[in-house]
Write a protein that binds this ligand. Structure first.
Ligand code: XMP
Length: 321
């Protein structure tokens, strides 16, 4: 069945929220639903819609996968707590680190993160909760990409390893499926979420594992986490579509305190883009780049080199992994 798109300029977000909350309430009846919150705008909007419809009968989990930005689980839980929505943080860090150990291939890394999330951690939560309904933040662009074969799958049943024909009782509810990202941002704002959520910069599903070339170990994640905090702090408000630090696998010779220091290299990327399909590097002021290089090499142990990518997408992609 074709999905009827609601373009952002024709969307009345309050009316949409009222209608979708009513639809969720009707479908779930007196049952229980669950959803996973990542802190991105789609899952945040769904969490608000679901809680408006179901209150405490929606269980929302934030899975800490060890790949998050500094303080992220607590920050997201606090934002929702201020809105009266309780979030359960699930500490799955060891499970994800174990799944990523020894993996250097980019696609294998993505697969390890996806499988650990859906097959193991979230799958377990679904089964244990007894919920018959899963709320998911699928948007129309995700459906388009799935149909076009760009994304491998977006079906929770399949990702959970559940055969839909056997999975009586499990129903997926996708309240945002008629919207694109600009529409979701309007709904998120109208639902009372703060600007830091509804205007949030894109961030990849494999999180900081997508910002590490080579193995994502605990130590290397700590390094890229610190770099990410500095880059996001310093470039906040620069107006770019997305900015990031990338940890390279090769080491280079540097000097510190008059001694040779064979250390790590960080690549900065900052993109101007409309829809992430094509992008150009932002012409950041030279002073900004110099300040970033000084901060990264002085504040992050072991970093001796900082470079700035001046390549367009294509042929580059936005993330390095
Ligand atoms: P690329 O690297 O493909 O990125 O030019 C385009 C946009 O998509 C985001 N991205 C991802 N998002 N899972 C995601 O959820 C991923 O594996 C992934 N890879 C890239 C990226 O941050 C950018 O906004």
């Amino acid at each position: 069945m074709a999905i009827r798109e609601i373009p952002a300029d024709q969307l009345d977000p309050q009316q949409f929220i009222t209608e979708q909350a009513a639809a969720i309430a009707e479908r779930v009846g007196d049952g229980v639903a669950i959803n996973a919150l990542s802190g991105g705008v789609d899952s945040s909007a769904v969490t608000m819609l679901g809680h408006r419809a179901l209150g405490d009968r929606l269980k929302t989990y934030f899975v800490d996968n060890a790949l998050m930005r500094e303080g992220e689980p607590e920050r997201i839980a606090a934002i929702f707590a201020a809105l009266g929505v309780h979030i359960d943080i699930i500490d799955a860090r060891e499970e994800f680190l174990a799944a990523l150990a020894g993996i250097t291939d980019p696609e294998e890394k993505r697969e390890a993160v996806t499988q650990t999330f859906y097959k193991h951690v979230f799958g377990r939560l679904v089964r244990e909760s007894g919920a018959r309904f899963l709320l998911q933040g699928t948007i129309l662009t995700d459906v388009d990409e799935t149909v076009a074969g760009i994304k491998r799958q977006h079906n929770v049943f399949e990702q959970l390893g559940i055969d839909p024909s056997e999975a009586f009782g499990y129903e997926i509810i996708e309240p945002l499926v008629q919207l694109r990202k600009d529409g979701v941002r309007k709904v998120a704002q109208a639902a009372g979420l703060p600007e830091e959520i509804y205007n949030r910069m894109p961030f990849p599903g494999p999180a900081l594992a997508a910002r590490i070339i080579g193995e994502a170990t605990r130590e290397r994640l700590d390094t890229i986490r610190q770099c990410t905090s500095i880059v996001e702090r310093e470039l906040a408000g620069c107006g770019a579509f997305q900015y990031m630090a990338i940890l390279h696998e090769d080491r280079v010779t540097g000097m510190r305190d008059g001694e040779r220091d064979f250390g790590m290299q960080i690549e900065l990327r900052c993109w101007d883009s409309v829809d992430a399909r094509t992008a150009t590097p932002t012409r950041l002021p030279w002073e900004t780049l110099e300040a970033l290089a000084a901060l990264l090499t002085s504040e992050v142990p072991g970093v001796v080199s900082v470079t700035y990518s001046i390549t367009t997408k294509p042929p580059s992609t936005m993330e390095a992994v």
